[in-house]
Each structure stands twice: as C-alpha cells, then as structure tokens.
Design a protein around this ligand. Structure first.
Ligand code: 5GP
Length: 174
C-alpha cells in the first residue's frame, strides 16, 4: 500500500494565521500575565510559533494527555500522562490545543482546571472539526475550521509520524 501526503493548509497560511491569533490574544489580555498550557504532544510546534507572537508577560507550562491509541479514532477516555509543573490558582490560563475533534479532551481539561481556582480558562486551537463534535466546547481563539479528514503535520502525527511537516496535510493511501 502506498502513501501520499496531500496539502490542506500551506506553511505560509498557517504562519499568517498564527501571527493574527497572537495579536488577538495580546489585545484581549491587555498586559495581564498569562499562563500558556501546551497540550502535548501535538501542540508543541503551534505553541512555539504562537508564543512568539504574544506580547504579554507569559509563563509556559506543559500538560501530557493521551486520548488516542495508534489509530485515528478517539477512545473517549482522556488520560493525563504529565501534569502541570506549577499551580494555576489565581492565574489567567490559555489552553493551547492542536485540534478540537470530538471536544472530549478540551471538555475534560476545562473541568479539571476549574477545580484548581484559576482567574480564567480559555482555549486556543489551531484546528476545529465541528462535524465530529460529541460535546460542545467553546474555542475562544481558532485558527481554521476544517472538514472531517484525519490530518497530520505541524505537530500532528499519525502513529508518531509526520509531526515535522511544516504544513498540514491529509494522508492518502492507494
Ligand atoms: P478530541 O478529544 O477533541 O476528540 O481530540 C483531541 C485530540 O485528538 C487532539 O489533540 C489530537 O491529538 C487528536 N486528533 C483529533 N483529530 C486529529 C486529526 O485529524 N489528526 C491527528 N493527528 N490527531 C487528531
């Protein structure tokens, strides 16, 4: 079986949108200190680019989450594999996600974080697949709405491959 990558969003389009998102976030928080919570692993490239377009006093923390096995379907179970390194009580928190698909991961993280007493919790996602939503979640800062295709690249993997692509693509097999 041969595999082909078809580009869905170019590196240039992604960079331009990430810059706009950074400016939007900078405007919205108006000099307030912010904690970026990067959801690993898929968001690492997006977060690295995004944070360089945010002009605010910023702290970055990482959260390890597992909801997928080796396949492309969510298990519906969200497991925290690595917790934050510091408390978020009294802080403005922005969760940085690569993609909101069923919404289960973000819904779970919102519930979890709210028990920890932050001043606010918002969500920034690069991609959203509304066709697959199983719970409704509010994405406060969104890069692109995409159709229901399994995408890779720019941090996103398929069985740990393709994270290093500078663009977002679809894996096609024939
Ligand atoms: P949700 O909990 O919203 O269903 O899924 C969130 C997580 O599932 C994402 O952070 C991502 O890791 C994974 N995911 C969902 N859709 C895709 C996709 O199209 N491609 C890849 N590579 N991962 C996806």
């Amino acid at each position: 079986m041969s595999e082909r990558l078809v580009e869905m969003l170019s590196a240039e389009d992604i960079q331009a949108r990430v810059k706009e998102l950074g400016a939007e976030i900078t405007q919205a928080y108006k000099d307030k200190p912010l904690v970026l919570v990067v959801v690993l692993k898929g968001s690492f490239i997006f977060a690295a680019d995004l944070c360089r377009h945010i002009d605010l006093p910023l702290r970055v923390d990482f959260l390890g989450v597992r909801s997928y096995g080796e396949g492309t379907e969510t298990s519906g179970v969200v497991q925290i594999t690595q917790d934050l390194s510091k408390p978020i009580a009294g802080e403005h928190v922005l969760i940085v996600e690569d993609i909101v698909d069923t919404g289960l991961t973000i819904a779970h993280l919102m519930d979890l974080f709210r028990t920890r007493g932050p001043k606010s919790v918002n969500v920034c996602a690069l991609l959203h697949k509304p066709a697959r939503a199983r719970v409704s979640v509010k994405v406060d800062y969104l890069g692109f709405t995409i159709e229901d295709k399994f995408v890779v690249g720019y941090g996103l993997d398929f069985a740990e491959r393709h994270r290093n692509l500078p663009y977002i693509g679809i894996v096609e097999r024939d």
